[in-house]
Design a protein around this ligand. Sequence first.
Ligand code: GDD
Ligand code: MG
Length: 356
Amino acid sequence: MEAILLVGGKGTRLRPLTLSTPKPLLPMAGVPLLEHQLIRARDAGVRRIVFATSYRASMFAEAFGDGHRLGLEIIYVTEDEPLGTAGAIRNASSALTCEGDAPVLILNGDILSGHDIAAQITAHEKAAAAVTLHLTLVDDARRYGSVPTAPDGRVLAFVEKSANPPTNQVNAGCYVFRRSVIDEIPTGRPVSAEYETFPGLLAAGEPIIGHVEAAYWLDVGTPAAFVRGARDLALGAMPSSVVTTHEHGVLLLAGASVEPSAQVGGGTTVGARARVGAAAQVESSVLFDEAVVEPGAHVVRSVIGRGARVCTGAVLEDAVIGDGATVGAGNELIGGARVWPGIDLPATAVRFSADV
Ligand code: GDD
Ligand code: MG
């Protein structure tokens, strides 16, 4: 079976981490975020995947090559200008080999999901649907596509990012399309699946089916979600065959070092060759490769970029530190503060808060 992976977004809500790396390639439990989904797709029977790229396109081929490492055949199709989600699907379909009624799996590139992809494909084929959407329940549907369904599973409406969503049942970003339905998407201009294609298919009376599954699901679109996803992989709440080395809920990657007097927990990932100094406290955080947390620093629910340094006694809560930045001794960064790559905050014991 063939699939298309949507990975052309700029990931603006995750800046500064996404300035140099596209969101789907950010490291998550030691591998690029999207690798967890690639493996699940492969295990559900997908053999060929077309990556629909745009932002920093060449980095995907550098990370995955022809796919043989993962037992997949990966092809790259790049948009010069972003074509939107459905425009990207149509554009990437030029590299598909299947035809007619064949099912094509479409994946958003920023999702961690434990749902049963094979069961979704089976439901699609059984219903002879034009499109089958994985749907999941969330507490607040305003950031998502809200998708009410009839008791028989038929989708009644698709309402993207509305202040008044009709239901908390939302589009989970994994679709099965009938190949011939992809061929009907217009070419040569941006097209949104969420604002144009799905509402259009519904208006035309095409059968769109919801596959509701309450498995683990997370859109890794914000720093808070990034921290949560990494924590859930480290703690095993999100199952992934890639994650094998967790010890007491802490993921130590190759060459990571933690001083015995440091307290590290709550699903923290300590990246390759990263270091945590004596009496430091690190909780539910992600240290990218070669990051350094010096003695006595406190780091909670934060992301420390590649090679970044948190100096002695600094306090970080819900902070994002860009690659190579330095947070000088004694600084306090709380409430979502973000430090751009390469910045050096001097040791002035200043309190930076994104709340004020
Ligand atoms: N190739 C390409 N070109 N990919 C794109 C483009 C584009 O122009 N625009 C977005 N993408 C990719 C992103 O890289 C991402 O993997 C995926 O499409 C979804 O984009 P997001 O920017 O993450 O969208 P969202 O999270 O706000 O909303 C979408 O996902 C929600 C579930 O997580 C929508 O599909 C919602 O309906 C859905 O609920
Ligand atoms: Mg998203």
